[in-house]
Design a protein around this ligand. Sequence first.
Ligand code: IMP
Length: 421
Amino acid sequence: MSTAVLGLQWGDEGKGKITHLLARDADVVVRFNGGPNAGHTVIDRGVKFGTHLIPAGAFHPGTLSILAGGMVVDLEVLAGEISQIADHIGRVPDLMVAENSHLILPYHRLLEELEGSGAHFGTTRRGIAPAYRDKAAKVGIRAGDLLRPRVLEERIDRRLALLKRLWPESAEMQALSASGLATELLKAAKPLIGSIGDATGRIAGALAAGKRVLFEGAQGALLDIDHGTYPYVTSSSTTFAGLGNSIGIPSPEVTRRIGVLKAYTTRVGEGPFPTEMGDPLGSELRERGGEFGVTTGRPRRCGWLDMVAVRHALFVNGATEIALTKLDTLSGVEEIKLCCAYELDGTTIDRFPLAAEALERCEPVYEVLSGWGESIDGAGRFEDLATEAREYVQRVEELTATPVGIVSIGPAPEQTIHRKL
Ligand code: IMP
């Protein structure tokens, strides 16, 4: 049976914990989108990790981790994560990198700086958009190019020549050389070279053999390049719709599609956010929930749960269930608001507007639920949760017509309630 873990908001839903938990029972874990812009917090045997590229399977012995074709890979970041995890688990994780995944080069990161924040709306500054842009413009460098050093250098040379013409005033750009970049890439890739190959074949083989494959998404539906709040989005397909394309398998049979939903909403970077909270509650929740970016350390904007956005996210993911995370962070909040519809130019709507300009004008229509005072982070079963906490979960189920199969009440793996659906 295959499972996918997908974000239902603007990222930072707690997918890291959920994938790490489910990866225990997986034979293969496939990360399918994005790059080191992601920041997944994982607690493995008491040690906290903030991973960016490596799939959660890397923590578990006997599990193969695959970085799929739809990703953009920064080799230095990956090499760093491999050695960190190898030190922790006492062996090098079993890894595969798709030959058709794209590489992030130093000039991609530099381009984000040179073009300025106005061009990319507060990105993570990891070179993500320039790398995906090069991919679409057919001037990208792929992991498979590392297997043919001459081709690698030729491709970099061609790309760099144009970039140097475009940025004559950038001393940093002018200082780059194709041979230097190729040498650096090959050095960083050394421990990986034998792992670069036909990921599609490997994943298809695993699925056909009935292996348990876990697909790990990064970011969230509202950051999807096509179905998110464009242009305040990332550059990859973050939803289930993009999964098939990334792995090269049309309509892969994934029976369990888990949409991860934080019990409130956060967003880093710019863009419309109808349910954004004012202070002091916003900053209180930020402190309590540790809402600071894993990748950039930026404070996250906080807001109430937005069921209009969530219904859209569930739909584009074809999600079969919800994993509700960080419910414990809401303990002590007296009244909890749930946004059920929007008012847009005098009309009540329940469809999520795709145009950022329309979303900016949307006023949330809230229903208010009672909060709970007691701490819930030690509950072992759903029945042990405070009555109001259970009512909150049940209301989410009603408003989305989707079951909540997992409730997370703290960062540790044990602080997780699995419900029978
Ligand atoms: P980029 O992905 O670095 O191009 O950034 C584009 C937008 O997506 C920015 O608003 C980022 O803050 C946001 N973003 C990208 N990755 C993540 C993530 O993993 N969590 C939350 N926000 C993200």
